[in-house]
Structure formats: C-alpha cells, structure tokens
Design a protein around this ligand. Structure first.
Ligand SMILES: Nc1ncnc2c1ncn2[C@@H]1O[C@H](COP(=O)(O)OP(=O)(O)OP(=O)(O)O)[C@@H](O)[C@H]1O
Ligand SMILES: [Mg+2]
Length: 389
C-alpha cells in the first residue's frame, strides 16, 4: 500500500467542528455572553443574536460551537435544560418546515403538510413548556427565508413575546450581509431588538494559524510552514477559511496521486487551478434584474477582450445597449454606480481605482470568482424569465 500525506483527512472536512478556533475565540466568548442569561435563567430570558460576515469567515462554526458544545453544558450547570437546533434556511425554506424539524428534534413527529405554522408553533411551545426546556434555533442563511417570506423575520423576533415570564425560545440569525433587512418593513425593523456579531474575512496571517491548527490532518512533516503560507496567501484574496482548507486538502490529494511524501508548491498550484472558489449559483438568483444585466454586460466585455478588467464607463455603455435590446429602461448613472458597489460588496465583482493614466482616474471592474463565460451561461439561464416578469 502506498503511503499517504494524510493522517486523518476528516479533520479538513467542512463539517468538522474544530477544537481550536484561532482568531474567533473572542467572538465565540461574546456569543456565549449573550446567551449567559439563557443558560442561567432559561425560563426568564430569551435572546436574539445576529451573526454576519463574508463566506468562510466562521459564522456557522461559532454558532455550532455555542449550540453543540458550550451552551447546553453551561445551562446544565445551572440545572436548566437547553435544547438546540441548527437549520439551513436554504434547505428548510419555510417557517413551517423549521417548526416540523424543531418538533422532530424533541421527539415529536408531525407531517410536513397539513398543519399551519401557528398550530405547529403552539405544539412546539407546549412541548417545551411541559418539559421545562428552552430551545435555541440557529437560522443559518436566514436571508433566503426572509427574501421568500418577509414576515418571517417579524415572527422570529416576536417569539419571545409569546410567553413573557415563561421563555422557551431563542434565536440566532446567520447571514452574509444585512441586505435582506432592506426588504423588511419599518415597523418590523423597529421592533427588532438584537445583538450583532459581525465577522471579517481572514487575512493571510490568520489563515496561516487556521490551517496550522488543522495540520494534525497530515503526517509529520507532510505539510510544512512554507506550504501553509502559500495556501494562506492564495486564500487571503477571499478571506475564506473554507477555501483555504479545501485547497490544502486537495493539494494533499494531489501529493498522494504523485506519491510525494510532502505537499509541494506545485500541488498547491494545481489544486488552486482545479478549485475556483465557487460563486454560488443561488447567489445570482437574489440579484435584481438590473444587477444581472450589469453583470451580463461586464462578463460580455471581459469575455471579448483580453484584459482582466474594464472601465465603469465601458460597462455602463454596454449595459445601456443591453437594456435597449431587451426592452428594459436602463437606470441612470447614480443607480448603476450603486449597483456596481453592491455587486462588489457581495464579492461577485472586484472594483479598483485605476492609476492616473491617459483617461485620468476611473473605476476598473473585474470578476473575482468565476470565468466570464461561466457567469454568462448562468445569467442567461435566468434572464429571459426575469425580463418578462
Ligand atoms: N477560526 C477558525 N478556526 C478554524 N477553522 C475555521 C475558522 N474559521 C472557519 N473555519 C473553518 O472554515 C470552514 C468555513 O467556516 P464556516 O462554515 O463557519 O463559514 P461561514 O462563515 O458559515 O461561511 P458561509 O457564509 O459560506 O456559510 C469550516 O470548515 C470551519 O471549520
Ligand atoms: Mg455557514
């Protein structure tokens, strides 16, 4: 049997809940403090905490550390029974489905159809009360729930008012940005009282520590500091720990394929080439029609040309032409500008101020995550229906 550079590759899996969480200890502590009152006084306290941050910044990880490790344990010390549930709202797409899941986690089985949300909620609250339990639900990727049902947020944040003096539910809302709040009406917004933990993408030094903390996945000497640094530098462009860990794992696989006892720079380069940090296709469906049109204009220009970026002026011209073609009224400069900023904040495009050149300073736009061709393909699929709507 050939030897492997891995000692235990499961340590690099995305689902693995690490013991060490470099550069997130303070944020986890903060989260734990927010839930201190629930642990201590489960029937009197209820909490709503929002966690935001870009892709791979550790949002799901710190939520799970709280839910599956510290909180139930701490609550038990105070003689309280705290149950936890983590749901991904892209998978469980309605509050009803989430209630069914919550009931199931308590051993109560309800069909996914046939009961209204209110009925399910009443059953859940009853169940929790009669067992003197408090349930904390983490609504991961909550933006997709709120986008499809704007009242859901109101409902979630009002859970604590169901039974003042006898609290049974708390929630954690996880999302990349707070953009989804824009779709929520003002009276809901003003009734929301939550605490926010906002995470940043990881710079290279922090990614180094994160990869290093998972290096027991490798046999001794198979992944040296130079290799770790190389991966950290590549992934730092995105600040994404998931990408960094995927890259390390894939590089290890390539080392094994070539029967190398160590991960070499060439394995990392090949892994990088084979693994573009995926632009999530779902991400595109949340964009407005005009943002999609802008993206199409950008991809078309980039695909045609041989440069890595185009000016905002060129983009605007091509976008206006595209709108005309599709019989859509084009937006004016200010709105185009703000959409470009939004796309850039979402990490789909990259904007940069050009150096003082022939044309003076201008904003240059490039694609960060995918090839122009791939993006065009995705956009075209959704666009026809979109423009007709
Ligand atoms: N500080 C850290 N230390 C160790 N591992 C980390 C750290 N931050 C993130 N990771 C790991 O990186 C991966 C991605 O983290 P996580 O799933 O929490 O990202 P996320 O912020 O939820 O991203 P997304 O928005 O894409 O869901 C996970 O495997 C996680 O264990
Ligand atoms: Mg996540």
């Amino acid at each position: 049997m050939t030897r492997s550079v891995f000692r235990d590759e499961t340590i690099l899996l995305q689902e693995y809940l690490p013991h060490q969480i470099p550069h997130r200890e303070a944020q986890l502590k903060k989260l734990e403090l927010y839930f201190q009152s629930v642990a201590q006084n489960a029937s009197k306290a209820s909490q709503t905490v929002m966690i935001t941050g870009p892709v791979g910044s550790g949002k799901t990880m710190i939520a799970k550390k709280l839910l599956f490790e510290s909180l139930p344990r701490k609550a038990a010390l105070y003689g309280n029974l705290v149950k936890v549930l983590h749901v991904n709202c892209r998978i469980d797409r309605t509050l009803q489905a989430i209630m069914v899941k919550a009931l199931k986690s308590l051993g109560q089985s309800y069909p996914t159809r046939g009961y209204s949300f209110e009925e399910l909620l009443t059953a859940l609250v009853e169940e929790l009360r009669s067992n003197r339990m408090h349930l904390v639900i983490a609504f991961d990727e909550v933006d997709s729930l709120v986008t499809s049902d704007p009242t859901s947020l109101y409902t979630i944040t009002r859970l604590r008012e169901l039974a003042p003096g006898n609290q049974v539910l708390s929630s954690i809302l996880i999302s990349k940005t707070t953009d989804y709040l824009k779709k929520v009406d003002l009276s809901t917004l003003s009734s929301l009282q939550w605490n926010e933990i906002s995470l940043d993408g990881y710079p290279s030094e922090q990614l180094f520590d994160i990869i290093n903390s998972r290096s027991e996945a490798f046999t001794d000497g198979a992944l040296d500091d130079d290799a770790i640094q190389f991966v950290a530098d590549i992934a730092a462009v995105y600040g994404d720990a998931r990408y960094a860990l995927d890259l390390v794992w894939r590089a290890g696989k390539l080392a094994d394929d070539s029967e190398s006892p160590r991960v070499l720079p060439e394995h990392i380069r090949s892994a990088k080439a084979s693994l573009p940090p995926q632009l999530r296709k779902e991400e595109l469906t949340y964009l407005t029609t005009h943002q999609k049109l802008l993206l199409m204009a950008i991809s078309a220009l980039l695909k045609k040309g041989d440069s890595t970026s185009v000016t905002i002026g060129e983009v605007e011209k091509s976008y206006t032409a595209l709108c005309e073609n599709m019989n859509v009224t084009a937006y004016h400069h200010t709105q185009v500008w703000s959409d470009v900023n939004e796309l850039s904040r979402k990490g789909i495009i990259e904007t940069q101020l050009s150096g003082k050149g022939v044309r003076g300073r201008t904003t240059m736009i490039g694609l960060s995550l995918v090839s122009a061709k791939e993006l065009m393909g995705e956009l075209e699929k959704g666009m026809v229906a979109d423009v007709r709507a």
